[in-house]
Design a binder for this molecule. Sequence first.
Ligand SMILES: NC(=O)c1ccc[n+]([C@@H]2O[C@H](COP(=O)([O-])OP(=O)(O)OC[C@H]3O[C@@H](n4cnc5c(N)ncnc54)[C@H](OP(=O)(O)O)[C@@H]3O)[C@@H](O)[C@H]2O)c1
Length: 360
Amino acid sequence: MGFSRDYFSSDFLHNLLHKHNLMIFGLYGIIGFILLSIVIFCTLFVYEHFFWTNKIKDVRKKHVVVTGGSSGIGKCMAILAAKKGANVTIIARNVENLEKAKHEILQACENKDTQRVEYLSLDIGDYETVEKALADLENDMGPIYMLVNCAGLAIAGKIEDTTPKSLDIMMRTNFLGTYYCIKAVTPRMKASKEGVIVLVSSQGGLLGIFGYTAYCSTKFALRGLAESLAMELQPYNISVTLCLPPDTDTPGYAIEELSKPIETKAISQMANLVQPEVVAEKAFKDALARNFFSALGLEGFIMTTLCAGMSPVKSYRQLFVQVLLMGPLRFIGIVYLFIFQRIIAQCKQYTNSENIKKVK
Ligand SMILES: NC(=O)c1ccc[n+]([C@@H]2O[C@H](COP(=O)([O-])OP(=O)(O)OC[C@H]3O[C@@H](n4cnc5c(N)ncnc54)[C@H](OP(=O)(O)O)[C@@H]3O)[C@@H](O)[C@H]2O)c1
């Protein structure tokens, strides 16, 4: 099939050129927008890097308390605090594990002769006990400068398999326990006009996941607590950091694996298992730099940018990136949700076929 000259001289050519011009115009627009964004980002970067004084906090000779400090992420946070010259108290229930962890933390101290490492056997789920224990602790070890709320657990299961007891344990430890410890120490932190509070939530504190109706609820609650606290405590020079670990290779994670439905396991396996030292290192750095969110890697960046909502913002650069990327990242989020839904459908098919086999 050939084209006649008449064909090219028709309105078709005019329309084509018009469309072409529009396309070129659009392309220049997009390139211009990207270049302008890069220029604004670089300008903000240079301004904030060289002319913005962001004082990094320091825990040397200060008292750092870590709940859940006898195991996993909490123990790594306590070790980091000891390495940075802090006096450290770890809180958990099991005395044997506390003793072992104390020994490890002592080995990590920057200066073993001057630093103190102590432990407190305490269930954080009862307010009266927590308030008294933390007041006594401060009398003995000095005012708490940094409180890391790491005690927590996950019991997975579909909503119909989640017992009221496991919901109660998670709510009491993950949310109420964190609230109680913070409530007990903030009046003295406010009086001294300094402090750092870390709340260890989870990626499941920003995203609801199959099998985590109870766990995610407790971890979402921590976000509300952290945002309100950040607003209340900002005038007192007390920073609040919400740590959002991905799946992390800890004793707690090994126990959690036992209760996971296959759907939850399949979704979890999409991401790598991270080491607790890596999570702790990032959380510690973010807390001392007064960052509100502490998350790891590209996944963490996507989630905290997408879910920034009304969270406190650290810098103009961060705000600019959030404003620019929130919309496009919504598409990426939807792709993830679509993949999760497919995994869930496949697992349902698999369990149905296994059930049929069993009946036969
Ligand atoms: N590991 C992960 O994949 C992952 C992912 C996201 C978020 N997180 C969160 O990160 C935090 C630490 O997790 P992990 O995996 O490191 O946990 P872990 O190894 O199981 O350690 C939990 C710590 O909390 C203490 N604890 C538990 N209940 C307590 C209570 N009622 N009162 C006082 N202490 C209590 C435990 O000691 P005792 O049992 O002796 O009291 C232990 O020291 C948790 O909040 C968890 O939800 C973990």
